[in-house]
Structure formats: structure tokens, C-alpha cells
Design a protein around this ligand. Structure first.
Ligand code: NAP
Length: 288
């Protein structure tokens, strides 16, 4: 959201824009089953919202290339970003690197990823039609996933470490009304069971749940190491820039969830995208 919004603002200001995308277009919202809190879009899937954003940005003239930026350097002419496919240069750069799924941190999690353990209900939910699944987490992502999966799986166990959910009240109320969602709190996953494929989990209270799938939705963590030479990082790895989205390096800006901030929502990502793009355009006007 932040990156493509930046692109929309910058191309409309007459600049040529290349968006470097590492995963899926639109960022994490692309995997959200349903978005109901984006102004003027009462209910839309994250995938459709992302498609619309992409179409809007590219129709205006933004270009898109896939690649994971492994290094960003400042040069006399501006910046050079290195991906696995080569080098890309630009006079100004907006980092909108988003965040990654947080892992549970239990034994065999990596081995069972894709074999019953998933981090994305929209991507993998269809594999669990009529089966028993668990969802771990108590935020908007976990509760949206539980609601989405309740329409596919036979039983959904919502496993959360506290009795209260941090998700919106509206979602928490919805979850309580769905018969095949079993709220399992307070509980944490202590062990993943099964050989070739997940067959269940053991909880910290000793209970074993027999499950075909486990969706881990316990928040997101940043991955900004590639930018550490040019922008300060907070202790937990977010890029340290204020509401003006400027970093300590002239011409380098930061937008969206990867930035240190209080509220990470689609609306704040879009807001950052526009602020960063306008700041970058102002910078380019000043140096030319
Ligand atoms: P989140 O709000 O940070 O929630 C993460 C949840 O996982 C929390 O309930 C947390 O428990 C739990 N958790 C964290 N670490 C854990 C661990 N090691 N073991 C077990 N549980 C753990 O993350 P999110 O749900 O991914 O949402 C991220 C941001 O995106 C939020 O700002 C959210 O509002 C936003 N979002 C918005 C939408 C939308 O607007 N449509 C949709 C999805 C997400 P505690 O509560 O005990 O800390």
C-alpha cells in the first residue's frame, strides 16, 4: 500500500518511478481476506484492493520490477539498489519494505511450514476444506483468518495467549457468534505434532489438539538490515523516521509499516506513501 501510493503521487508529480517488489503486489494487505475499514471501500478483499492499486499506479506510468533489495548505496548521482538480478539507480529512494510474519519459535516450525503450518489463511485456506485447523493470535489478522477459515474448515481452534483479544471489537463479536470457531484461551502452542505433516499441537496446559493445519498469525516483524547504513533503525528493527518520512540521508525516505510508528493500518500506510512521495519530489526539485 505505502509503496504503490508513493508511486501514484510521484508519477502524478511528473517523476519517473520504478517500484521494486520483493513478494506480492500490494504488500501484506494482499493476503487479507476482507478489508472493511478502508474509507469508501465498505468491503473489499485485500487481493482486489491490491490489484486496483497496481492498475492505478501502472496506468499512470509507474513501472514495476520484481526483486529483493539486498543492498542500498548512496552515490554521487543518487542511489544504487542491488537485487539478485542486478543494480537499479535512482536520484531518490522511498523504502516501503513492510514487515514479515513473526514465527512461533517452536521446534520443527520451519520443517512443517507448507506441511500443515501456514502464515496466510487466504493463500492456503483452500487446502483445508472440511478439515480441522488452528489459528494462533489475538489481533486483527488472526481473527479475520479464523472467520475466513470457518467457512472452509470443519473446525477452527482460535488459540491465543490471553483471554482478551487486541483485534477490533467488531471482529471479536463476530468470532463468538460462529459455531465452528472454538476460542481456546489462554493458551500457547508448545509443540507441533506429526511426522511428514502436521497432525496436531500440544498446548502449554498439556492439552493436545488434533489438527490438519495451523495458521500462525502473531504479528509482523521488520527486515531492514539492507538499509542500516543509510537510515537509523530502532531497537526492534523499524526505520527511525518521523511523520515527515525523512531519514538521516538526503534523498532517502521511508513509508508504511517498516517505519517506526504507533498505528500500522492501511490508512496510515497510504498516508505515509503520499507524504514520502511529496517529500521526495520536493527533494528532486531542490537538487535539479
Ligand atoms: P498484532 O495486532 O500485533 O497481533 C499479534 C497477536 O499475536 C497479538 O494478539 C499477540 O498477543 C499475539 N502474539 C504475538 N507474539 C506472540 C507469540 N510469540 N506467541 C503467541 N502469540 C503472540 O498483529 P496483526 O494481527 O498481524 O496485525 C498487525 C497490524 O495490522 C495491526 O495494526 C492490525 O490492526 C493491522 N491489521 C489491519 C487489518 C485491517 O485493517 N483490515 C487486518 C489485519 C491487520 P497479545 O495480544 O497478547 O500481545
Amino acid at each position: 500500500m505505502a509503496g504503490l501510493t508513493s508511486a501514484i503521487y510521484a508519477v502524478r508529480a511528473g517523476r519517473s518511478v520504478l517500484v521494486l517488489e520483493r513478494e506480492g503486489i500490494g504488500g501484506q494487505i494482499a493476503t487479507s481476506p476482507k478489508v472493511e475499514n478502508y474509507p469508501a471501500a465498505a468491503s473489499i478483499s485485500g487481493a482486489e484492493l491490491s490489484d486496483r492499486l497496481f492498475e492505478q499506479a501502472t496506468a499512470l506510468g509507474a513501472e514495476l520490477d520484481f526483486g529483493n533489495v539486498q543492498k542500498l548505496e548512496k552515490t554521487e548521482e543518487g542511489f544504487v539498489a542491488t537485487t539478485e538480478d542486478g543494480e537499479f539507480s535512482a536520484k531518490s529512494v522511498i523504502i516501503a519494505s513492510g514487515v514479515h510474519h513473526r514465527k512461533l519459535g517452536v521446534a520443527r516450525e520451519e520443517e512443517l511450514a507448507g506441511r500443515g503450518v501456514s502464515y496466510c489463511a487466504v493463500c492456503d485456506g483452500a487446502f483445508f476444506r472440511g478439515k480441522r485447523v488452528g489459528v494462533v493470535g489475538g489481533g486483527n489478522t488472526a481473527l479475520s483468518a479464523a472467520v475466513f477459515l470457518a467457512g472452509i474448515a470443519s473446525e477452527v481452534y482460535l488459540i491465543h495467549r490471553r483471554d482478551e483479544f487486541r483485534a477490533e471489537k467488531y471482529l471479536a463479536e463476530q468470532v463468538k457468534k460462529i459455531d465452528n470457531i472454538h476460542v481456546t484461551t489462554p493458551a500457547t502452542v508448545e509443540a507441533l505434532l506429526g511426522e511428514e505433516h502436521l497432525s496436531g499441537v500440544r498446548l502449554n496446559n498439556g492439552e493436545e489438539l488434533s489438527l490438519d493445519g495451523l495458521f500462525v498469525c502473531i504479528g509482523k516483524v521488520p527486515d531492514n538490515g539492507a538499509f542500516a547504513a543509510l537510515a537509523d533503525l530502532t531497537e526492534d528493527g523499524f526505520l527511525d523516521a518521523g511523520e515527515d518520512c525523512r531519514t538521516k540521508t538526503d534523498g532517502l525516505f521511508v513509508a508504511g509499516d517498516c517505519r517506526k510508528k504507533e498505528i500500522r493500518q492501511l490508512t496510515t500506510a497510504a498516508a505515509d506513501g503520499s507524504v514520502a512521495a511529496l517529500a521526495a519530489c520536493d527533494y528532486l526539485n531542490r537538487i535539479s
